[in-house]
Design a protein around this ligand. Structure first.
Ligand SMILES: Cc1ncc(COP(=O)(O)O)c(C=O)c1O
Length: 401
């Protein structure tokens, strides 16, 4: 399908020819936005992408939420060029990695000060789940309706969406409960008069469905893929208490929300809650495949996770990845990008936005995730009217799945 925008044909002839040539051999399953647009991209500068026909686009997707410095940031380019000419792979200590782990320990709240690196978000989430099992000796995991944590087999059971359909059987021991998604409350209740009905339900679920052997509660501070669902204030604190009662870890998955996207360095800072493990990725590496878990001091040494090679991976924290992440995080700090994002969140929110529950309780937190609203299907999206649990079919789901 081609679109004509002010006399510009999208995709242009060169894009279309390249797209078609690739499509002959590329296995299906590529991200929908690439399939819909059929663009062949030549380069990017700042927030702007240029296709091979010379058309330019403001990339409100930020490379699917990863290009936190935009494209071709001079410092980023220089750092990676320098590093690739020196050493790019291997697990030995490098100056960049040593500086990066120290920086993360300083930036992450509380005693979240032990980082291990991976290459994708799902890989980091799986590592966090392994760490939870190592630490607690428990086996079960709690996730949430609408939750998204990647697409690998180890995380499928904790996805609260249709991504896992037809991919069973899933690993046993996962239990899902409705998220505090108040605009589409699964129980048709209203906050705060509901008095955390969804949490009471979760407690009952643990009591009646699990073997009371819960290793972790895994939660996104703001559900991203589900459509930027901001829970009411206090939700993470309530989950923190529940995890403690169960002897389980609280894992906050900040893959989307981390590194400034919500106007704080990490979204958990809106709630002043310290999880046991923070999972990070996407914008962390500024576009280089880099993810990680940041664990509390007392948690990180649990075995077998902490055994030599027990939590490593071939590419995790390699010299090039460490350089990319260090320069990204340092540049976010140097250029004040977290503060820069803050005032820009708020006006673009608007209580009537389909993905925003209300500007009062949102606090603007979700609105920095604005790259999700680019999708051409957005105008026809009826997020507000969809039943709870079906939220991944929202506009974002349509273009980013
Ligand atoms: C909250 C969250 N966790 C994990 C992931 C998985 O990351 P990746 O695609 O790098 O595996 C995503 C991806 O969108 C995500 O939004």
């Amino acid at each position: 399908m081609t679109h004509t925008l002010r006399n510009i044909q999208v995709p242009g002839a060169k894009s279309k020819a390249l797209f078609d040539a690739e499509a002959q051999y590329l296995a299906p399953g590529t991200q929908s936005v690439a399939l819909f647009s059929q663009l062949a991209i030549d380069r990017g500068t700042g927030a702007v992408l240029y296709d091979v026909d010379g058309n330019s686009y403001v990339d409100l997707l930020a490379g699917v939420g990863v290009a936190s410095l935009g494209y071709a940031h001079p410092k980023y380019v220089a750092a990676l060029q320098r590093q690739i000419a020196r050493i790019h792979v291997g697990s030995f200590t490098t100056e960049h990695r040593a500086a990066l782990v120290k920086l993360l320990a300083e930036l992450a709240p509380g005693d979240l000060n032990r980082t291990q690196f991976y290459s994708s978000g799902a890989e980091a989430v799986e590592a966090a789940l392994r760490l939870a099992k190592s630490r607690t000796g428990h086996t079960e995991v709690i996730g949430f309706w609408g939750g998204f944590h990647g697409k690998t087999s180890g995380v499928l059971p904790v996805l609260g969406s249709s991504f896992k359909h037809a991919l069973g059987p899933l690993l046993p021991g996962a239990y899902l409960s409705p998220y505090a998604s108040c605009a589409r409350c699964a129980f048709d209740k209203t906050f705060p008069s509901c008095e955390w009905h969804c949490v009471a339900f979760l407690k009952q679920k643990v009591e009646l469905e699990t073997t009371k052997d819960v290793a972790a509660i895994i939660v996104e501070p703001i559900q991203g893929t589900a459509g930027n669902i901001v829970p009411p204030p206090g939700y993470l604190r309530v989950l923190r208490r529940l995890a403690d009662e169960l002897g389980a870890l609280l894992i906050c998955d900040e893959m989307i929300t981390g590194f400034g996207r919500t106007g704080k360095m990490f979204a958990i800072e809106h709630e002043n809650v310290i999880p046991d493990v923070l999972t990070v990725g996407k914008g962390f590496g500024g576009g280089f495949p880099m993810s990680g878990i940041i664990a509390r001091e007392e948690i990180a040494f649990a075995k077998p996770f902490a055994n030599p090679s027990g939590s490593s991976s071939s590419y995790g924290g390699n010299p090039l990845a460490a350089a990319a992440a260090r320069i990204t995080v340092e540049t976010i700090l140097e250029e004040g990008l977290v503060e820069h994002a803050r005032p820009r969140c708020w006006p673009s929110c608007g209580a009537g936005s389909p993905t925003c529950r209300s500007s009062r309780t949102c606090g603007g937190a979700a609105c920095c995730l604005a790259w999700t609203s680019w999708c051409p299907a957005h105008a026809s999206c009826s997020t507000r009217r969809r039943p709870a649990g079906s939220s991944t079919r929202c506009c974002r789901g349509a273009c980013l799945r």
